[in-house]
Design a protein around this ligand. Structure first.
Ligand SMILES: [Zn+2]
Length: 389
């Protein structure tokens, strides 16, 4: 599954790579997803360009260019025939997902009609089910959050029935009068461990009443909407654009990382990849709540100052970068957001000290721009990814 704002697919992955005999409907959807992704990318690129152009032309009283992409350009970028593009575009126009936005520059012939994405044609709901808070948000097709809310819960004490009833109530508030057919679905990010494919929770630490709960089906049954679940840290890595080799490091009530390697989300055999909070980095270190000693989480908790704690996270991230050859780290979670400058400085300092050649292996470190909404936004991104492929 790709990021909610992934770059256009590589030409090599386009229809020629689909095995012969592939289901025709699936092929059609794949091509439609490709076109939607290209239009979204063109709209985003044009928006950035327009912003720069606006700045440049404000002084001279000029006007900026239009956003969008022509059918001819879509055919060139996708490798699909002009006839196929024409059919797909017409269907997407009929569905209200695309709009004709005016005419672009011509290379000699008549000016070409430009196509843009209609951001509010469909909506995605993102939910972060936390141990003590429930975050819900509604995002448009570009991943922009238009409404959000956070309410306090007690995951362990309340149990599934009360929490999920509240979740359904909050999502209903969020959607208001939006017709159900314009809601793509609900993505739920939850503490692990869980089975993402089966949609079932698995022994959530300290919350035994949730063990084995079919979270996906429980929520789908209450809301009547397509529902997906994902581990919280993995959802976080889907909250924005980024490098094909990156991690979202989530430091909240626990520590985990969401991983994208080679452009693909990595979940591992049991949806358990990235659980690096319980790696032992000092066997003689303090006892951890997991029963082992000297885990990253235990050293972080035992630190004598906020700076030392941030340094422990830096050491763990340096190990992660050396193991996986990552070039981008995005930090999130309440502990980081409580002291973002300190965490940024310490993680950067430790990476500079631990990597053998930082000039050859540069690593970008930032705090998630969506802040406290990062995980819920990534959950909405799961839903958007089903439309964009
Ligand atoms: Zn541990």
């Amino acid at each position: 599954m790709s990021s909610p704002s992934s770059t256009p697919p590589d030409r090599a992955t386009l229809p020629a790579a689909i095995p012969s005999g592939a289901n025709l409907a699936a092929l059609r959807d794949h091509n439609a997803a490709t076109v939607l992704t290209l239009v979204r990318a063109a709209t985003a690129t044009a928006a950035v360009t327009a912003t720069a152009a606006d700045r440049a032309t404000q002084a001279t009283g000029g006007t900026s260019g239009r956003a969008g992409v022509s059918r001819v350009e879509l055919a060139r970028q996708s490798g699909l025939t002009a006839q196929a593009i024409s059919k797909i575009v017409q269907r997407l126009l009929d569905d209200g997902l695309l709009a004709e936005a005016g005419r672009g520059a011509s290379t000699g012939g008549k000016p070409r009609t430009l196509l843009t994405l209609v951001p509010d044609a469909r909506w995605a709901v993102g939910v972060q089910l936390g141990r003590d808070a429930l975050t819900v948000l509604r995002a448009d097709l570009t991943g922009r959050v238009v409404a959000d809310r956070q309410v306090a819960i007690d995951l362990a004490a309340w149990g599934p029935g009360r929490v999920l009833d509240l979740l359904a109530e909050q999502v209903s508030w969020l959607l208001g009068a939006v017709p159900p057919e314009r809601v793509l679905g609900v993505g739920i990010a939850s503490p692990g461990p869980l089975d993402q494919r089966a949609g079932v929770l698995h022994q959530v630490t300290g919350a035994p009443s949730w063990d084995g709960l079919a979270l996906r089906d429980e929520v789908a049954g209450r809301l009547g909407l397509p529902t997906l679940i994902e581990k919280d840290s993995t959802a976080g890595v889907l909250s924005g654009l980024g490098s094909p080799d990156r991690a979202f490091v989530h430091l909240d009530r626990g520590l985990g990382a969401g991983l994208v390697l080679g452009g693909a989300v990595q979940r591992g055999a049991r949806t358990n990849a990235g659980e690096f909070g319980h790696q032992t980095i000092d066997p003689d270190g303090p006892r951890c709540r997991c029963g082992n000693s000297g885990c990253v989480e235990a050293l972080w908790a035992a630190a004598r100052s906020p700076r030392e704690a941030a340094g422990v996270l830096g050491e763990a991230i340096a190990n992660l970068v050396r193991l996986l050859d990552l070039d981008e780290i995005v930090l999130g979670g309440r502990e980081v957001l409580a002291a973002p400058d300190l965490y940024l400085a310490e993680v950067r300092r430790v990476l500079a000290a631990r990597l053998p050649d930082p000039t050859w292996q540069p690593v970008t470190v930032s705090v998630a721009p969506s802040g406290p909404n990062a995980v819920a936004l990534g959950a909405a991104g799961l839903v958007l990814a089903r439309l964009f492929g």
